[in-house]
Design a protein around this ligand. Structure first.
Ligand SMILES: O=C1CCCN[C@@H]1CCCn1cnc2cc(F)c(Cl)cc2c1=O
Ligand SMILES: [Mg+2]
Length: 485
């Protein structure tokens, strides 16, 4: 299938759905909210996993795998924080024709699966820190509009669950992990994010505080949580009796963290960089970074051209790049150009008789369409330079687009105007939950209500006497507000 039926700026939802299918990342499935992740998506997930797993191993995380299933009474353990989630829990009630004695839940997250065993394994301060990470799927039977990668009923993630003797250690790790999430988005996916703290209303109810990296989708004017790193305090230690004997022989509760990022990150990348030719991949997550295409000419030496293509691919792969060639006889060069543009491959190399004669190759950038002829002898360093430039250019462009959407406001009228203009709003806030609830109530509608996205760690100066845009009370902080996914 060549070409896009929808334009990104005309019909974003249809454009997105078409890109993820035409680029062969996603196949729709006959259960709503469930999608098949094809190699073009899984290879990206695996490149991110390779980076993140190596980094958390440096932080001494150990790999675990806990069961997919959790009993009803264990899941109900902390009913306060799950009562809001109950509708999205999927239950197994039968095996074959017979009913199970008690229904079994499919994990929507693994606190209740893991923490009874943390309680068993942690006895002494010598058992701490406990650092557990698992790569797995989770199921949440969401009802709001399902979107590939962004909101699905099953998704892949990593969930880290750690336990420390002191709050200081927990606080430090929360931020170490958050920095890794920033790197995932900015250094790999080329998506700008803001690090910050969630409000008391938006945080994980079972925890002490939540930090997150927040992205923004200019086309819809919606914020989106990129990843989250919670300090749980001693809340779960109390619930699950996770205590340790300290050096002085006294019994204390542990301090815990939990943190996750998901396959949603891939969808955010697609939305940020895609264009009307399809996907645009940042080189660091491109399964194929360079596609080499022979351009045969009627009586030209097709064998020599093909050999030149093979040698270019070999040289690039030997130098650590992910290069491939498309020598399929049944497709024209033109068809191949469109196909690999749809798949978002960062660089295309064309080799025809003229290129062969001049001992050069024609290189075409996917991000800006620039064409450049480079001497075959300089292939490796020129490709490296181009891929680095594409990676940097994608982040720079996405940052400029996101920054252009940020609007600093001071009054309610400015707030509602900015909201209707699909802005990412930076507003002075009195930090009162009642006001947050009030803003939600005053802005609810079919596009969804406005909410706080995070209070950025990077706080602009707050002049003395600045008032909260919504309550008129003295403002305490600048927070990002907006509609969200
Ligand atoms: O975000 C993370 C990082 C990784 C480990 N978990 C936490 C909190 C997850 C919140 N959350 C999110 N969604 C949930 C959905 C549910 F159906 C139930 Cl029962 C519970 C939850 C729930 O606790
Ligand atoms: Mg949810």
């Amino acid at each position: 299938k060549l070409g896009m039926a929808y334009k990104k700026d005309d019909n974003f939802g249809e454009w997105y759905s078409e890109v993820v299918v035409n680029s062969e990342m996603i196949e729709y499935y006959d259960i709503s909210g469930c999608y098949i992740l094809r190699p073009w998506a899984m290879e990206i997930w695996e490149l991110l996993k390779e980076f993140f797993d190596a980094e958390i191993k440096k932080l001494k995380l150990k790999p675990y795998y806990f069961p997919l299933f959790v009993t009803e009474n264990v899941l109900q353990k902390e009913k306060d924080h799950i009562e809001g989630f109950a509708p999205e829990v999927a239950w197994v009630t039968k095996s074959g024709k017979s009913d199970l004695e008690a229904p079994i839940a499919i994990r929507p997250t693994s606190e209740t699966v893991m923490y009874p065993y943390f309680s068993k394994w942690i006895r002494s301060h010598r058992d701490l820190p406990l650092r557990c990470n698992q790569w797995c799927n989770v199921v949440r039977w969401e009802f709001s509009n399902p979107t590939p990668f962004i909101r699905s009923r099953e998704f892949l993630w990593q969930e880290g669950h750690t336990a420390f003797a002191t709050k200081e250690e927990a606080d430090e790790e929360v931020l170490q992990i958050l920095e890794l999430y920033r790197r995932i988005y900015e250094e790999f996916l080329a998506v700008p994010v803001s690090k910050g703290r969630k409000s008391e209303m938006e945080k994980f109810a079972g925890g002490l505080y939540t930090t997150s990296v927040e992205a923004f989708i200019p086309n819809t004017g919606r914020g989106i949580q990129g990843a989250t790193s919670h300090c749980l305090g001693q809340n779960f230690a109390k619930m699950f009796d996770i205590t340790f004997e300290n050096e002085k022989g006294a019994r204390e509760m542990v301090w815990q963290n939990s943190w996750a990022y998901t396959t949603r990150s891939i969808g955010v990348m697609v939305m940020a960089h895609g264009d009307d030719k399809g996907l645009v991949l940042p080189p660091r997550v491109a399964p194929i970074q360079v596609i080499v295409i022979p351009v045969p000419y009627k009586d030209a030496d097709t064998t020599a051209i093909k050999e030149a293509c093979e040698s270019a691919v070999y040289t690039l792969n030997e130098s650590g790049f992910r290069a491939d060639l498309d020598t399929r006889e049944n497709y024209s060069p033109g068809w191949k150009y469109s196909h690999w543009e749809m798949k978002g491959v960062p660089l295309r190399i064309e080799i025809g008789p003229k290129d062969l004669a001049n001992q050069q190759v024609r290189v075409v950038r996917r991000d800006n369409g620039a064409k450049v002829d480079i001497p075959a002898a300089n292939l490796v360093e020129e490709v490296k330079a181009l891929l680095d430039e594409i990676q940097a250019n994608l982040l720079k462009t996405a940052k400029e687009k996101r920054d252009a959407c940020i609007e600093v406001i001071h009054t309610w009228d400015e707030f509602t105007t900015a909201l209707n203009n699909k802005r990412l709003i930076l507003a002075p806030w009195c930090d009162e939950e009642e006001v947050e609830k009030d803003v939600k109530a005053r802005t609810k509608g079919d596009l969804g209500a406005a909410k706080t996205l995070c209070t950025p760690f990077d706080q602009p100066e707050l002049p003395e006497g600045t008032l909260c845009f919504a309550s008129g009370k003295p403002a305490k902080k600048w927070s990002f507000w907006g509609r969200s996914y």
